[in-house]
Write a new protein. Sequence first.
Length: 348
Amino acid sequence: MTSGKNGLTYADAGVDIDAGNALVDRIKPAAKRTNRSGVASGLGGFGALFDLKAAGYNDPILVGATDGVGTKLRIAIDTGVVDGVGIDLVAMCVNDLVCQGAEPLFFLDYFATGKLETDVAARIIEGIAEGCVRSGCALIGGETAEMPGMYPEGDFDLAGFAVGAMERGTALPQGVQEGDVLLGLASDGVHSNGYSLVRKLVDVSGLSWDADCPFGEGSLGEALLTPTRLYVKQCLAAVRAGGVHALAHITGGGLTENLPRVLPEDLGADIDLNAWELPPVFKWMAETGGIAEAEMLKTFNCGIGMILSVSADRADALTEVLAAEGETVTRLGTVTAGAGMRYSGKLL
């Protein structure tokens, strides 16, 4: 190669390969924490390998799920509190997987930004690893994309992809029938849905992200960034105990839209809104925006992040199983003849 004048480099165009390599080195210990049976290769290759037989499956069906965190990221970016959004990312994928009756096996992430800030990126990916540890799946790969000109300074985006498995013939929902008891598992707050409305409500309130939280401890921004609860290990314990016919992850669309997704077309549900106490964050949002009860129920989880439809004769035993796994369990109502959601009592 002949020598000549110095020319442009990739770094001159805004892409720092060295920073990317430094990030990979920093997150390797976090990824290693997520290792589980079946992982055949991890970070660093062009692809990642997973051995289903080594994971204990004989006749597996694979289940895939992908999701993001939505405009909750805007709050994380504006406050600099980015440590929990990785947990959100994992939760939004694996909480969906478990509703099919699947055990999450591995996870891959996509992190995109205009300029790679190694510390910020590492905190986010370490959060992703924490979510994987809590749900028993392995972080086996991902993509970090530095794309100058695509994102304003400091902005980033996240997406995730999870793969799970179940033995053939065990998919959920299965066997939902009239008289099934509906068990609700408490949420840890707003989770990762409805944040465009949340941000609008904060604007209406006149509060800043660093203002004292009006419904709890710490700042308002920190409270609204509470990570999505992971229900995987708890729900799998219930499924393995027997009697679970369906699980519904209460995400966008709230109780109103998500529970019907796992019910046969000719069945609906009676829900007692007095069965649980609306958490303070939702009370504050409803009061701040004058939001009607029906709008709350179809926008937010309203304190119930997962619903299980279970055999009536197994409801008490499964409540004990879930409580032993650390869940706050509420008997919400029953599956009934005739399609549609029917509410009694008052949420607000």
